[in-house]
Design a protein around this ligand. Sequence first.
Ligand code: BYC
Length: 309
Amino acid sequence: MNSPETLFQQRVDAEIKIEARDWMPDEYRKTLIRQISQHAHSEIVGMLPEGNWITRAPNLRRKLILISKVQDEAGHGLYLYSAAETLGITRDQLFDQLHTGKAKYSSIFNYPTLTWADIGAIGWLVDGAAIMNQVMLCRTSYGPYARAMVKICKEESFHQRQGYESLLALSKGSAAQQKMLQEAVNRWWWPSIMMFGPSDSESTNSEKSMLWKIKRQSNDDLRQRFVDATIDQARILGVTLPDDKLKWNEERGHYDFGEIDWTEFWNVVKGNGPCNKQRLEARVKAWNEGEWVREAAMAHAEKRKKKAA
Ligand code: BYC
């Protein structure tokens, strides 16, 4: 008779989704909780650098769009926390892991948003990189994660377009606006390509995640696809990308690009980036100050339950 591990792998290989009540190896469960919660935390920490510009958006239209986008990120966080909970971890435990620094969130959100152009650059490059990484997750082997990702990807595509459209407006603006645009692109380019994670040779989780079809493409493959897709978009914006090694390679059929500063990447991942401390403090403060809201909501739910009983 086949072992549960073999039957599990056969299901995965046959592209049958794994659901919450199905048997799964402990490591699969752990990997999913780690990745989904990291993803959820990224969504809600990602609201901070953008939310920072809501009061300073240049006009009503841009303000409305930004409010909606930040609200969408909160929604993504909620779908993902719910997906993680199906694996047997509670919402409180997930938040505790974030607040104590045990769980990671994407390195990208530890960089500051210095000008309005940074908001456009986040939409274009950060959401762009996120989509490149996340489209494969719509087909991830765990059902609740895959289903959450379908809606998230639709919204992220819209975010990417609105970011690009706002940069297009700056590109047609005054010399000062064009300068602001170029400077934002200079700041966000390298952190965006770092979002895909360490190179394949350094990626500790990829091999197992690919075997279990949690991930379907490697960090380096996705990073390359992102670079290839972005170059023409930069040309249309009239900006240069801050990498003098970017060059079409006929033989590979891809763009070559310069070496990533991995020291900077690991520094940010380990908590020493420009805004790590500030981001975590903001989340912990929101959690503490929201305690009365959680208590009131739970009391209300209890009351309704009793009434219905
Ligand atoms: N930042 O073995 P590896 C968004 C960690 S938010 C920090 O390759 P894996 C948006 C990694 O966790 C987008 N840490 O890992 C929101 C691991 O450490 P642990 C966020 C990183 O999991 C608002 C170690 O490095 N997207 O869309 O196979 C506004 C070794 O890495 C990073 C997601 O979270 C990083 N960049 O692959 C706008 C997508 N990279 O955990 C936009 C879901 C790596 O073993 N996540 N590490 O201690 C993934 O697809 C994968 O987790 C990753 C990494 C590709 C990120």
